[in-house]
Design a protein around this ligand. Sequence first.
Ligand code: SPV
Ligand code: MG
Length: 294
Amino acid sequence: MDLGTGPMMAAEYQARRQRLLPPEEPSAPVLLVGTHNAVAARIAEEAGFDGCWVSSLEISATKGIPDRNLLGAKEMIDVAQTIRSATTLPVVVDCDNGYGTDLAAARVARELHLSGVTGMCIEDSAFPKRNSLIKSVDRSLESREAFAGRVARARAATGDDFVIVARTEALIAGLPLDDAIDRAQSYAEAGADIVVVHSNGGEVDDLWEIAKKWTGPARLASIPTAYTDVTLDELGHAGYGMVVYANHLLRGALATMTRLAAQLRRGGQLSALTGLAPIQEVLRLSGEPGVAAA
Ligand code: SPV
Ligand code: MG
């Protein structure tokens, strides 16, 4: 491992894009995982994931702020660049609602594209958005036409090789399934490569119904955080071409840090601590030359 990849060449850009959007419909879903920093991205790459998801929830949490449009576009671009240069995986950045306006969405799309990031996700929540996994929140959405216009602006700002994931929060806002699918259809027609009809724990049958009804000109993706018994195979068989496990590495790290903090605070022998990566692993993942896997 070295200091990471340098400026992005066209061939490398295309290689990353094709991993995210293979020319042939893949037999299994393209699988992304939330990576909140460079080390997480390297772990994801070694584990065999197809891409990195830079989650607004995870990055907000690591900065100690709630996931409600407080994270600025420039902050996300900075994190995305760090992650992009630490891995050869494609990186998709969760840009909330595109930061509230069509021009802001177009600008962040262009900046991400220029910095070698493979794609971004934008969702149709009105500004300020709230995290989708919080229940009992009144939510308002951009109109279907307005948000389709935002997708089109982002597309026009980047050209065809930047991957745009458009996500509707319609189900989470309490709209019927058919309205959600109609929204996704409009966003696909406006230039999205991939669409997500996001859901935070409604009936699992909704996942299958969405896939059955989907005829739009874009691949379908799922962020199945709330559906903890659904497998990757089941999503693939239903017709999902991409799956995003958005927050699980950070949650694992938080649980481990909490346990270790309590144990360390009690004092005692450090040799009694369990579940620690060896120092050699920290050195290796940081890119220290000549350090092999422990
Ligand atoms: C994120 O990971 O920030 C997402 C997915 O947008 S969710 O948390 O389900 O909103
Ligand atoms: Mg998010």
